[in-house]
Design a protein around this ligand. Sequence first.
Ligand code: HEC
Length: 173
Amino acid sequence: MRILTTALCAGILALTLVACNIRGFFISQTDDPVWNGPSEEQSAGDQNQSLGAKLFNKNCASCHQTTGKGITGSIPPLAGSALANSEDVTKPIRIVLHGFRGAIVRNGVKYNGVMQPWHSVFTDEEIAAILTHVRTSWGNTGGEVKPEDVARVREATKSRTTQYTEAELEQPL
Ligand code: HEC
């Protein structure tokens, strides 16, 4: 009788464990041989990229398009833009912080629009992430923009109340 009870208990226990396992209770993604977890470095990069891409797609792409190509004749492209990719990172930062206006010519096409300032919409980290996305996407090679760069430009231009023109951006900050 005792042996029978023990066997029954063991059986129930085994069945319970099997049932739990079927529901994935003991299986985590790391047990899956196909799953390769990203390295810490990759995760940091992806997070940065996805914040910049997310904010860009939500706030900038309605005009500049998710492809960065803009709209010929009304919105200039960011793909291949000399200002966006400028070695002087203060240029794209000044544009995003305070906006941009006036007559310009891009790839032989005239534009004369106005872009709003974003200084009160985004933090330094967010502007850095958006511009890093712009400068590393669509074949652009401008590279990373750091939050410290944005903070520095924000401080140096804090009394500004109008959009930048192309001529003004030619002056170093
Ligand atoms: C409502 C439309 C609109 C939105 C939204 C917008 N822009 Fe613009 N952007 C413009 C226009 C228009 C110009 C050109 C202004 C002119 O004609 O002088 C421009 C110019 C630029 C330029 C200069 C490009 C060049 O080569 O001259 C950059 C860089 C830029 N925008 C970045 C951004 C970023 C980053 C965002 C999102 C935070 C953004 N823009 C959101 C309309 C927009």
